[in-house]
Each structure stands twice: as structure tokens, then as C-alpha cells.
Design a protein around this ligand. Structure first.
Ligand SMILES: [Zn+2]
Length: 182
């Protein structure tokens, strides 16, 4: 549960810490705004597991490209954001696009690292869909890197997680990675 009072106190202290006056016009409501925003994130994270209940006989690769996401790097609490590409080869269970989008959002809207986000999405789909295999690729820009010029703005970090036949079968893996790049 999000503790609104704790967040407000922390933000007020943080603003003082960077030499700002938390009581000045533009900042007065900031602690409360941030607290309410994290409450909103918390409510956006929850979704019904029962969403994965569509059955089909389709047994070819399902690929969903360019699912936009926004997350927060847990080292700096600055956003990282970009696109998730998900593929799986079903074994009786398939799921719709909106369900994938919600699953991605539920793992993204919290302090995260891109590598773990990638793994968590893959593990989740493996667990819920029990497919023959899953592949997840994430391309993201990290503001903590872009702002400080450690990397050129717009620089993308790419991570991937492969499960099942995506790991064992080179042809499946190559087909997936080729489709992601195209
Ligand atoms: Zn960072």
C-alpha cells in the first residue's frame, strides 16, 4: 500500500535537500501531487489474472510489437521508457493485445531495472499461458543516462529474455529476432 503521508514528507525533505523552498508557489502542492501519482500507479498495476482464458488451436508464433511502456529506474527514480516486443508459440492458450499491454504495465509501473522487467514479463507469460516458448525484447531510453550525457540522448538499451523453444530452437529464435528488427 502506498503511504501518502510518508511520500509527502520525503518529497518535502528532498526539495529542501536540493536547496528549494517547498513552500513556494509552484512547489507547495508537489509533495501531494507525487503521492497521488504513486497511488494512481499502484491502482494501474493490478489486473485480473483470469484475463488469460482464451483458447485456440493456433500453434504458430504470435508476435506483438511496439507495446509502449514507462517505468522508473530504481537506481535514480527517473523514467526509462520505450517498446516491448513479445512473441510466444501457444500451446492451446492465447491472449489478446490489451491483456499483454496490462501485464507489461503492471510490471513496469514500479521502481525497476530493464533486465528484471524483461525477465518478469517472460516468466509471467510462461506461467500464465504455458506456451511452447516465449521471447521478450525491450528497447528503452533511460533518462538517468540521457540527462547526464553518459550516452547520447535517444540511445537505446536492448534486453531480451527467451524461454522454451525460443531458447532451445535456433530457428525459432532467429525468426523472432528478425521479426523484431523488421
Ligand atoms: Zn538510472
Amino acid at each position: 500500500m502506498v503511504d501518502r503521508e510518508k511520500i509527502k514528507q520525503a518529497v518535502r525533505l528532498f526539495l529542501e535537500g536540493i536547496g528549494e523552498d517547498p513552500n513556494r508557489e509552484g512547489l507547495r502542492e508537489t509533495p501531494d501531487r507525487i503521492a497521488r501519482m504513486w497511488e494512481e500507479f499502484e491502482s494501474m498495476r493490478s489486473f485480473d489474472m483470469k484475463l488469460f482464458e482464451e483458447f485456440g488451436s493456433y500453434n504458430e508464433m504470435v508476435l506483438v510489437k511496439d507495446i509502449r511502456f514507462y517505468s522508473f529506474c530504481e537506481h535514480h527514480l527517473l523514467p526509462f521508457f520505450g517498446k516491448v516486443h513479445i512473441a510466444y508459440i501457444p500451446d492451446g492458450v492465447i491472449c489478446g493485445l490489451s491483456k499483454l499491454v496490462r501485464a507489461v504495465r503492471s510490471f513496469a509501473l514500479r521502481p525497476q531495472v530493464q533486465e528484471r522487467l524483461t525477465e518478469e514479463i517472460a516468466d509471467f507469460l510462461e506461467r500464465e499461458l504455458k506456451p511452447q516458448g516465449v521471447g521478450v525484447v525491450i528497447e528503452a531510453e533511460h533518462l538517468c543516462m540521457s540527462i547526464r550525457g553518459a550516452m547520447s540522448p535517444g540511445h537505446l538499451t536492448v534486453t531480451s529474455a527467451l524461454r522454451g523453444v525460443f531458447l532451445k530452437d535456433m530457428r525459432t529464435r532467429e525468426e523472432f529476432l528478425k521479426l523484431v528488427k523488421s
